[in-house]
Design a protein around this ligand. Structure first.
Ligand code: FES
Length: 256
C-alpha cells in the first residue's frame, strides 16, 4: 500500500558526474519498502509533477530511505538543491519489485549505470535469506562507478565500457563467466543490456527478472504513459503498466 508523506531530507550528497545520494526520514515507507520498488517525489514547490526514483536502500530501524539519482532536468535539479532539514513530498513504496525468494540460493544481480542502486537493497534482501549473492555492476567510465564500498560484502565485480576501472567490458561478459550454478538472475539498467542478459539467462536455463525503465506519469496505474508490451500465456500481446505491474517483470514476459 502506497503512503504519501512529507519527509525530511537527512542528507543530499553530491557524488560527482551529476549523481546524488539522498537520504530521507520516513518510518512508514522505509518499513514497507521492498527491493526493486520506487518512490514518486514531487520536484518543486507547488509542482504536482512527480519523478520516479528507485529505492537504493531502506533501513526500517533507522526509518530512512536512500535513493541515488542523476540530475537530468529541472525536477532533478530542484531535488539536488535540497538540504538537510528540507521537506519533500514522497509517495511510495510503489510498483512490483524483485522476488528475492525466487532468485534462490545463488542469485546473480546486475546493474548498469543508474540501474546499479536498486540492486543494493536487492542484494541485502537476498543475503538476509541466506543467499550467496554475486553482484556485477557496469558503468560507462570510472567516475560513474557508485556504491562500491556498499557492495563489498558480496562477490562483486565492476566493469567499465572504456576500461578505466575494473574489468574492461560489459556486465554481460562477466555474466557469461558467472552464470554456471546460478539459481536466478535479476537486472536493472538500459533495455539493450536487459535484453542481452535475458538471452544469456535463457540459454543457461536460469530464471531472470528485469526491472524496466519507462517514462512515467502518475506512477500508480491511472494513466497510460508507462505502457509496455508483454506476452500473455496464450502467446498474444497484452499491455502492462511499468509503474504498477512492474517495474520488475519476468524476462520471459517482456516483448523485446
Ligand atoms: Fe501512469 Fe504508469 S505512470 S499508468
Amino acid at each position: 500500500m502506497a503512503i504519501q508523506e512529507i519527509c525530511a531530507v537527512r542528507a543530499n550528497e553530491y557524488l560527482g558526474s551529476g549523481l546524488y545520494r539522498m537520504v530521507i526520514k520516513t518510518e512508514k515507507i522505509a518499513a514497507s519498502a521492498a527491493c526493486g520498488q520506487f518512490v514518486h517525489l514531487t520536484c518543486g514547490e507547488g509542482n504536482l509533477l512527480r519523478r520516479p526514483i528507485s529505492i537504493c536502500d531502506a533501513d526500517s530501524e533507522a526509518g530512512t530511505l536512500t535513493m541515488l539519482y542523476e540530475v537530468k532536468g529541472d525536477g532533478t535539479a530542484w531535488l539536488a538543491a535540497r538540504r538537510a532539514g528540507d521537506k519533500i513530498d514522497v509517495l511510495g513504496p510503489l510498483g512490483h519489485g524483485f522476488d528475492a525468494a525466487k532468485l534462490g540460493a545463488r542469485p546473480v544481480l546486475l546493474g548498469g549505470g543508474i540501474g546499479v542502486p536498486p540492486m543494493l537493497l536487492t542484494a541485502k534482501t537476498c543475503a538476509k535469506n541466506s543467499a550467496a549473492v554475486t553482484m556485477i555492476a557496469g558503468a560507462r567510465t570510472r567516475d560513474l562507478v557508485v556504491l562500491e564500498p556498499e557492495f563489498s560484502d558480496f562477490d562483486y565485480t565492476v566493469c567499465t565500457d572504456d576500461g578505466s576501472y575494473g574489468v574492461h567490458g560489459f556486465v554481460t561478459d562477466v555474466l557469461r563467466e558467472k552464470i554456471t550454478g546460478a539459481t536466478g538472475v535479476a537486472a536493472c539498467g538500459p533495455k539493450p543490456m536487459l535484453k542481452a542478459i535475458a538471452a544469456i539467462a535463457k540459454e543457461a536455463g536460469v530464471p531472470c527478472q528485469v526491472s524496466m525503465e519507462e517514462r512515467m506519469g502518475c506512477g500508480i496505474g491511472a494513466c497510460l504513459v508507462c505502457a509496455c508490451a508483454l506476452s500473455a500465456k496464450n502467446g498474444e500481446t497484452r499491455y502492462g503498466h511499468v509503474c504498477k505491474d512492474g517495474p520488475v517483470f519476468d524476462a520471459e514476459e517482456v516483448q523485446w
